[in-house]
Design a protein around this ligand. Structure first.
Ligand code: COA
Length: 325
């Protein structure tokens, strides 16, 4: 695994200087204290390259025969960012594509990577989750500015043996397009193309926070439970829940419904906010680096995101050292 977060820290007090919000409100409603934000000119691809380099270093080899980049904030609307990232890390020629599933992107990518490996179409897959939501947020919208941060996390996957630490034991994914408006950038796509007259607000990311909250808790609980069933585990046997870092209250509601004590539920959003597709790999790497996640630990992942999309995965933690770049 490899990770990369921007140097620039934006605290809740920093936001309160130009938005009608406060450190107390943001902490109490979300659990977030601060987030990392890229400086102008730094792109999602730049963070993805660093995280990918860290992952390849951690894996002990620069080789991969497929690159998947989960992101909703690509460097350009066209083409995909993954081929550029692959070329920049010395993997010119390998297949590379972007995957768009918003905050569930890393779990969608994990399922894709496993499918490529199981079918024999790839041997080593470099999976990256990277997002720079600071580039799509409305600077005047306190409801989104308080929540999101930038970052990237990457993982190298390879074929292994049943029972080997690192085994992906169960994955489940889902979606419901009827919920498309919960999380959206309304304009600038083919339905309202850039040639049309666009509104200033419509080009920015928007979120119906309360509905997202409700659906996120329900779908994350269902997906985590299903992933556990697919792995043949009982929920009581799970060592760690690493849920998408959306909001501390969502994570504790999911943990409570799964009857997992708080100390088994990873939280790093206090320092990073919601980093979208990067949030699960960043939380995994933090928990592993802190020694909370140890080889063989039964680890349950779950996420909910725009689309709406959701997913869950059950894996045993491998014996690796994540590299932060
Ligand atoms: N500071 C101060 N007030 C804020 C605020 C902020 N940063 N953000 C929202 N508010 C205000 C709202 O404008 C609203 O004011 P109003 O009553 O005058 O209209 C009030 O707080 C209550 O808003 P509401 O949306 O009902 O609050 P909430 O308790 O649901 O918390 C979220 C808002 C966004 C924190 C919460 O809904 C949430 O976390 N949702 C999930 C978001 C998420 O995780 N998204 C990513 C999933 S992939």
């Amino acid at each position: 695994m490899g990770t990369s977060i921007p140097e620039q820290v934006v605290t809740n007090d920093d936001l309160s200087e130009f938005l009608d919000t406060s450190d107390a409100w943001i902490r109490q409603r979300t659990g977030i204290r601060e987030r990392r934000v890229v400086r102008p000119g730094t792109s999602t691809g730049d963070l993805a390259v660093l995280a990918a380099e860290g992952a390849l270093k951690s894996a002990g080899s620069g080789e991969a025969d497929l690159v998947i980049l989960a992101t909703t904030t690509p460097d350009h609307p066209c083409p995909a960012t993954a081929p550029d990232v692959a070329q920049r890390i010395g993997l010119t020629g390998v297949p590379a594509f972007d995957l768009s599933a918003v905050c569930s992107g890393f779990l969608y990518g994990l399922s894709c990577a496993a499918g490529f490996i199981r079918s024999g179409a790839a041997e080593r897959v470099l999976l990256i989750g990277a997002d720079t939501y600071s580039t799509i947020l409305n600077p005047t919208d306190r409801t989104t500015r308080a929540i999101f941060g930038d970052g990237a996390g990457a993982m190298v996957l390879r074929a292994g043996h049943p029972g080997e630490p690192g085994e992906l034991a169960g994955v489940t994914l889902g979606s419901d397009g009827a919920l498309r408006d919960l999380i959206t950038i309304p304009e600038g796509g083919s339905r309202h193309p850039v040639g049309d007259e666009l509104t200033a607000e419509g080009r920015y990311f928007t979120m119906r926070g309360k509905s997202v909250y409700r659906h996120a808790v329900q779908r994350m609980v269902e997906s985590a439970t299903r992933a556990c069933e697919l792995a043949g585990w009982r929920l009581s046997e799970v060592d760690h829940l690493v849920a998408h870092q959306a909001n501390a209250r969502i994570i504790s509601a999911v943990g409570e419904r799964l009857r997992l004590p708080a100390e088994r539920c990873a939280v790093n959003l206090d320092r990073l906010g919601n980093t979208a597709a990067a949030s699960i790999p960043l939380a995994l790497a933090d928990a592993a680096t802190a020694g909370a996640l140890r080889p063989g630990h039964r680890t349950l992942l779950t996420a909910f995101g725009g689309g709406a999309t959701w997913g869950g995965a059950a894996l045993t933690w491998p014996d690796i050292t994540p590299v932060a770049v």
